[in-house]
Design a protein around this ligand. Structure first.
Ligand code: ADP
Length: 164
């Protein structure tokens, strides 16, 4: 049984993330979306919110599970018996960081293989931070339905439109 861990901050989960999770779930027996509790970046959604949004968005993917984690990623991978780390790779910007991280994880946990999925064409320029920026600016929040699942669109509207 091959278990894959797809780690990230998922703040919030987007259609780009869902595309990677769906494609990974066709290859592995189980794909765990690991929601990292305390990334070193400014967060919009709490860990509970990020996990709930990801769970709802993946409820029709039977081989995908969502779990929060606090540890170093490789340690969490060990705890859940994952032998593969899944990450996405967009054409611009991701490569160096993903490469660095894969090298570090290889050093920390030899045998845990990182597999990078090329982002699909329609999601190459989609990032959670851009979606939030557009939402924050008001009008954009009504135009993001192609980029995020319906429950995330609703959560963004609630968060950003009620603030205005
Ligand atoms: P992190 O904070 O670790 O960058 P993210 O949640 O932003 O976590 O991203 C998790 C993973 O998902 C990363 O490998 C990132 O490259 C990938 N990813 C993010 N957006 C997309 C997208 N639009 N298409 C494919 N992969 C993506």
């Amino acid at each position: 049984m091959i278990i894959a861990l797809y780690p990230g901050s998922f703040d919030p989960i987007t259609n780009g993330h869902l595309d990677i999770a769906t494609r990974a779930s066709r290859l592995f027996d189980k794909t765990i979306i690991g929601v990292f509790a305390t990334p070193s970046k400014h967060l919009t959604f709490s860990i509970e919110e990020r996990v709930a949004l990801a769970k709802e968005a993946t409820k029709n993917l039977p081989k995908v599970e969502v779990m929060p984690y606090q540890d170093v990623t490789v340690e969490f991978a060990r705890k859940v018996n994952a032998s593969v780390l899944v990450r996405g790779l967009r054409m611009v910007g991701d490569f160096e960081w993903e490469f660095e991280m894969a090298m570090m994880n290889q050093l920390l946990a030899p045998g845990l293989e990182t597999i990078n999925f090329m982002a699909s064409q329609e999601y190459q320029f989609l990032s959670a931070s851009l979606v939030k920026e557009v939402s924050l600016l008001g009008g954009g929040v009504n135009k993001i339905s192609k980029l995020v699942p319906p429950n995330v669109e609703a959560a963004l509207k609630k968060k950003f439109l009620t603030k205005k």
